[in-house]
Design a protein around this ligand. Sequence first.
Ligand code: SF4
Length: 248
Amino acid sequence: MTTQQPPKDVSSLDAELASLDLAGRLALAAQIGRAVFTTSLGIEDQLITAAIANHRLPIDVSTLETGRLFPETAALIDETEERFGITIQRFHPEQDDIDNYARRYGLNGFYDSVEARHACCHVRKLKPLARALAGAEVWITGLRRGQSGNRATTPFAEFDAERNLIKINPLADWDIEAIRAEVARDGIPVNPLHARGYPSIGCEPCTRAIKPGEPERAGRWWWENDEKRECGLHVPEPAASSTIPAAN
Ligand code: SF4
């Protein structure tokens, strides 16, 4: 397998992004090449979507419609499109993949093992993400250093060798209070679940409200013990989950 080499200027891009405000960071990202922002409709992502729309930046806004989203999240996709006059491109899992998963693990088999959980995320998130990013040179995300310990060193710009593109995290240094203040000031629509104890919102069966004092992402895949649990979008998924054999 050929290992992709990072562009030589990623570190200087990172430094340049650090000196800019949010709109400036997004504008610079769009200048690099075809840029795609993937939103999960969380509060960080809503701030980025608002900036893209308000500054009319040439950045595609996409979301992974996993089929297991909260109704509140699905409604917010429509509300956000209407509010900002934009189209959020929805990327769905393939029905054959869903059927094969259900035959092998059961529809909610993700509760039974980490392998089954990663396999579900692979089918419902990673494969649609690959389609969302097809042809993109830049991937914009709402990752923040304050979201969890394993996101604590999130840079503004990094080379994603697996996907051969530059990943830009324009809110890497923002804290949640600054985001809440900005969103409130501009009346940006947010997921009502945030006010009910869900700072991080993923698929409905895999997200619970957090308790006071818990880390922001403690409600994601709460039944697993691994403190670094992720879905594979932003860290490589285990090799065991990379394929789902078709059921006979
Ligand atoms: S978060 Fe849960 S339901 Fe959503 S893709 Fe991952 S395992 Fe499946």
